[in-house]
Design a protein around this ligand. Structure first.
Ligand code: GDP
Length: 195
């Protein structure tokens, strides 16, 4: 799946702009700066790919990429910008909610969590939203290279505990580093295995 080319398809600002739900779809969510763009680049092996969704004006859009012409990879806007104006936040929350609730080809959401910082309240908001939309989500701990080996188990344990109250959470947590490549193959295999 990741051997082929990945292409930026479009940025969506309204439900009417969604591409047809004709292929398997996965989405990635996470706080701003969690390492989402870097992870997309690492997964696809295309360094400049996610820059498309990080350019100003694109950051509040739902960005669609095509994976090997058989899947959609969806980059959700980064959340947790405390200084974003309220109307902007409300607009994208409404879009996000409609998208998550209505997308029948969406197989799984990946919620990215900085391995150093753990699950924050804004992450929990997304998890609740995913739960109410009945979308299974899986946590991906990012920047594992920044965590000492002895702290990795602790980071996993804390995340596992935080997930206990979410029935929509997939139990396996993936620890990744876009820097060293740790966990990237595992995550690719998980995505490729979704049907
Ligand atoms: P986004 O806002 O979630 O898209 O975050 P970015 O992908 O732009 O990453 C934010 C910062 O974290 C950048 O300076 C990246 O170089 C850095 N970063 C991302 N992933 C990793 C990682 O796995 N390890 C380390 N050490 N730094 C990372």
């Amino acid at each position: 799946l990741f051997a082929g080319s990945t292409e930026f398809l479009k940025g969506v600002v309204a439900m009417s702009g969604l591409p047809p739900a004709d292929r398997i779809e996965i989405c990635l969510a996470g706080r701003s700066n969690v390492g989402k763009s870097t992870l997309i680049n690492a997964l696809t092996g295309q360094k400049a790919l996610a820059r498309a969704s990080n350019t100003p004006g694109r950051t509040q859009e739902i960005n669609f990429f095509t994976l090997a012409e058989s899947h959609y990879l969806v980059d959700l806007p980064g959340y947790g910008f405390a200084n974003a104006p309220l109307p902007v936040v409300q607009k994208w929350q409404a879009l996000l909610k409609s998208y998550l609730t209505g997308r029948q080809n969406l197989r799984r959401a990946f919620v990215l969590i900085d391995a150093r910082h753990g699950v924050k309240s804004v992450d929990e908001e997304i998890m609740s939203l995913l739960g109410s939309a009945a979308v299974t989500f899986q946590c991906v701990l990012t920047k594992a290279d920044k965590v000492k080996a002895s702290d990795k188990e602790r980071a996993l344990d804390l995340t596992r505990k935080a997930l206990q109250k979410y029935p929509a959470a997939f139990p396996e947590i993936v620890m990744t580093s876009s820097e060293t490549g740790d966990g990237i193959a595992t995550l690719r295999a998980i995505i490729a295995g979704l049907e």
